[in-house]
Design a protein around this ligand. Structure first.
Ligand SMILES: [Zn+2]
Length: 432
C-alpha cells in the first residue's frame, strides 16, 4: 500500500523536485538566483508567519529599493510627471466602474467590512482617474501625467510565488498619461524614450512583445468591443513600426482593457517574464467618463497610456541581482565603502575616515575588529562592498587612505578629499 503523505511531506518532496528541475535547467555558469543572493547578501527574507509572496526587505535590501525609487522619481519629475499618493484599497463600487470586479475579481484580495465589499488594489489607474476628474479639464490641461510608486496586490497561484519575482504585494513605478488623440503618438514615443533611458542606466537587456487580445477568448477576459480592439491594435502596431521597434507578437496576452507592449526578460533559470509593460487604453476613459473640452468647445474623451518605467521594483531588483550576481553598481550598493583598520594603533584614524564618509552621505561601514587585514578584506568582498579602504600607520602618517575596488587587485593611495570627489562623481553618473 502506498503511504499517504502529510501536506508538509508532500510540499517537501515538491520543493526538492522543483529544485532538481531548476538546477537541471540552470545556465552553464551555475548562476545564483535572487533567492540565494538575497539570503547570502542578507537583502530579504520570506517568513512563514508573514506569508508567501510577502518578502521582508532588510535594511540593505530596502536601500537598493530606495535608491532605485529615488532615481525614477527624480527622472520622471524632470520629464513632466506629477506624483500622486492614493489609497491601497477601495470599495467595490470603484472596481465595478473600471471593470476589475467583472474581469479581474478572482485575482484580487477582497474583504467585507460592515457589510460593504472592498478590495486591495491590483492597479493604480482607477484611483488616478478619480483624481483627474476632480475638476473640469480642457485641452490646455493635457497631457496630464500622473505617476505613483504604487503598492499593489495580486493573487498569484501559491506555487508560483517566488523570491522577489512573483509576489502577492509589490511596488510598481506606475503612471497614466491622459492626452488628446492628437497627442497620443508623441506621448507614446516619449514613454518609450523614458523606458529606453531607464533600461540603459540599469543595464537591463530585454526584448519586446506585442501582446494582443484573442477574439476567440469568450471567458470574459476582455472588454467586449471588437472594433475598438482592432483599431487600437492597428494604431499601436503603426507607431511601433514607425519607431522601428523590433518585437514578437503574442495572442491572448493583452490587458482586459487594451493591447500591451511588454518588455520581456529571462531569469537565471531561463524562465521568461515581463519586466515592464505599456498599454494604450480605449476602454477605461469611456467607463470613467474622462472628458475634456477641446478647442472647438466640444467635450471629447481623453486617451490613456498606462505605463511603467522601472517596472515592479522588487522584480527589477531581482533581475539586477541575478545579472550582476550581487555585484551591484556603486549607486545601488548597500555598502559603498568598507573602512578597515590594519591594527590597533590606527583604529581611531579608521573611525574618523568612516565618519567623514558617512557625513558626506556615502554608505560606509567600519571594520575595527581585532582580526587580520586579510580576513577583513575577504569578509568585505563576500559582502560585496564596492570600495575597500584600508588604513595602516603609513596612511595615517601621510593623512591618506588605500583604496581598491572589490573586483580589482590594484590599490591606490589618495587623500580622503580626492576619494570623496571621485566616488561622488561616480555615484552621480550612475556608472554601471
Ligand atoms: Zn493602469
Amino acid at each position: 500500500m502506498e503511504k499517504e503523505l502529510s501536506p508538509e511531506e508532500g510540499s517537501q518532496i515538491l520543493r526538492k523536485m522543483t529544485k532538481i528541475k531548476m538546477q537541471a535547467t540552470r545556465g552553464k555558469d551555475d548562476l545564483k538566483s535572487n533567492v540565494e543572493l538575497g539570503r547570502d547578501l542578507d537583502l530579504y527574507i520570506v517568513s512563514d508567519v508573514v506569508g508567501k509572496g510577502l518578502p521582508l526587505l532588510t535594511p540593505k535590501g530596502a536601500t537598493i529599493k530606495r535608491e532605485l525609487e529615488r532615481f525614477i522619481t527624480d527622472e520622471e519629475l524632470k520629464r513632466g510627471y506629477e506624483y500622486t499618493s492614493t489609497p491601497i484599497m477601495a470599495k467595490s463600487d470603484l472596481y465595478k466602474i473600471s471593470g476589475h470586479w467583472q474581469h479581474y475579481k478572482d485575482d484580487m484580495f477582497t474583504l467585507n467590512v460592515h457589510g460593504e465589499d472592498y478590495a486591495l488594489r491590483p492597479m493604480t489607474c482607477p484611483f488616478q482617474f478619480v483624481l483627474f476628474k476632480r475638476k473640469p479639464r480642457t485641452y490646455k490641461d493635457l497631457p496630464k501625467k500622473y505617476a505613483e510608486l504604487a503598492t499593489l496586490f495580486r493573487k498569484e497561484k501559491s506555487g508560483e510565488l517566488r523570491g522577489l519575482t512573483r509576489l502577492s504585494q509589490f511596488t510598481l513605478a506606475d503612471a497614466h498619461v491622459l492626452c488628446t488623440p492628437e497627442q497620443i503618438e508623441e506621448e507614446f514615443i516619449k514613454v518609450m524614450d523614458l523606458i529606453k533611458y531607464t533600461m540603459k542606466i540599469l543595464g537591463i537587456e530585454v526584448w519586446y512583445r506585442f501582446s494582443k487580445w484573442d477574439p476567440e477568448n469568450k471567458k470574459g477576459k476582455y472588454v467586449d468591443n471588437p472594433k475598438a480592439w482592432e483599431h487600437t491594435q492597428k494604431f499601436m502596431k503603426k507607431i511601433l513600426d514607425k519607431m522601428e521597434v523590433k518585437y514578437i507578437e503574442a495572442e491572448d496576452e493583452a490587458a482586459f482593457y487594451g493591447p500591451k507592449l511588454d518588455l520581456q526578460y529571462k531569469d537565471v533559470y531561463g524562465k521568461e517574464d515581463s519586466l515592464i509593460t505599456l498599454q494604450i487604453d480605449f476602454a477605461l476613459p469611456e467607463k470613467f467618463d474622462l472628458k475634456y473640452t477641446d478647442k472647438d468647445g466640444k467635450e471629447k474623451l481623453a486617451m490613456v497610456i498606462h505605463r511603467s518605467s522601472t517596472g515592479c521594483t522588487e522584480r527589477t531588483i531581482s533581475y539586477i541581482l541575478e545579472k550582476t550576481q550581487g555585484n551591484l553598481p556603486l549607486w545601488l550598493s548597500p555598502i559603498q565603502t568598507k573602512v578597515m583598520s590594519m591594527n590597533e594603533d590606527v583604529k581611531d584614524y579608521a573611525l574618523q575616515i568612516n565618519k567623514k564618509l558617512l557625513d558626506t552621505g556615502i554608505r560606509s561601514e567600519l571594520d575595527n575588529r581585532n582580526e587580520s587585514i586579510g580576513k577583513k578584506v575577504k569578509g568585505a568582498i563576500t559582502e560585496k562592498a564596492f570600495y575597500l579602504i584600508t588604513v595602516g600607520e603609513q596612511e595615517m602618517k601621510e593623512n591618506k587612505i588605500a583604496v581598491r575596488k572589490r573586483d580589482s587587485k590594484e590599490i591606490i593611495t589618495m587623500t580622503l578629499e580626492e576619494f570623496r570627489e571621485k566616488i561622488n562623481t561616480e555615484i552621480f553618473k550612475k556608472t554601471l
